[in-house]
Write a protein that binds this ligand. Structure first.
Ligand SMILES: [Fe+2]
Length: 287
């Protein structure tokens, strides 16, 4: 597979691949190798149906379902209501929730089993804005002072969905979806079981840090996110229709960027849950 780099720190575009043709026995192993090494993969001109996107995601592991549906479905990331009409009001709860995605985060760290990968595809795009920005927390961790790295290897973060929503609006945070799970505790440093690379596992959902009071913990988490997301560490993805972007949730942080909400923007996403082989069990606070 021919690749070209996306950013000095991480990420490659993979050329001449049709994701529809990738199966467990054909192509997946090569893609998985690229995923473990580069943390972020871009595929242009895919136009996957919802089913094909779910099928591709399922190669990585069990599909995530936060809504306890009979079977997992594609999640729209869009300013559209159920009828497909554009929601342009910033006061609308749906738009507010989109705005929570503009905080640097990792998907699903607040779930009892977080995500390994997000498969995100662009369907409808605005004329401007709406980019997705990502950083490598592997490169970011490597940049930290060795004493801080050592401290982080012994640190545990507590994650809560409602915590990131409360940063946008305390009322938003009270919605049932955001209070559904108890706090989850994960070690702060993820050691990749394939190549041994360490990365900082952090998100906007971090609401507590081991051995620190809430205010000091929040300040520490904010400082770390700031250190990970210095301007030259950021890869900005400017979407084209039918782009598919996948990223390693263990080794990246990402955020959406705003756009004029009078314009429709629709991305479609599916997340895949972590398994023991991805290093999940070693990340538990007491492991
Ligand atoms: Fe996200």
């Amino acid at each position: 597979m021919r690749t070209t780099p996306l950013h000095r720190d991480f990420g490659v575009e993979v050329h001449n691949v049709s994701l529809k043709d990738i199966t467990a026995s054909q192509g997946y192993e090569d893609l998985r190798r690229l995923f473990e090494e580069h943390s972020l993969l871009l595929f242009r001109d895919q136009d996957l149906s919802d089913e094909a996107q779910l099928e591709f995601g399922a190669l990585f592991g069990p599909l995530e379902d936060r809504h306890d549906r009979p079977k997992p479905e594609i999640s729209p990331v869009a300013n559209l209501d159920a009828t497909g009409a554009v929601i342009s009001s910033e006061a609308d709860r749906h738009v507010q929730n989109l705005r929570a995605n503009f905080l640097w985060h990792t998907d699903s760290t607040f779930l009892p089993v977080p995500a390994l990968v997000n498969v995100l595809q662009a369907r409808t795009l605005p004329n401007e804005g709406g980019e997705t920005e990502l950083v490598s927390t592997r490169a970011g961790f490597a940049r930290l002072d060795p004493a801080l790295q050592d401290r982080l290897r012994k640190t545990v973060f507590r994650h809560r969905y409602a915590h990131s929503r409360a940063k946008i609006d305390p009322e938003l945070a009270k919605q049932a979806l955001f209070t559904k799970w108890t706090d989850q505790q994960w070690k702060a440093v993820w050691r990749n079981p394939v190549n041994g690379a360490e990365s900082l596992y952090i998100a906007s959902h971090v609401c507590g840090v081991s051995d620190m009071d809430d205010a000091a913990g929040q300040a520490f988490a904010d400082e770390l996110v700031e250190a990970m997301t210095v301007p030259d560490a950021i890869y900005t993805h400017i979407w084209r229709p039918n782009d598919v972007l996948i990223w390693d949730e263990r080794a990246t942080l990402h955020r959406g960027r705003p756009w004029p909400y009078q314009q429709a923007r629709k991305l479609v996403s599916c997340c895949v849950s972590l398994q023991a082989r991805d290093g999940l069990e070693e990340m538990r606070a007491n492991a």
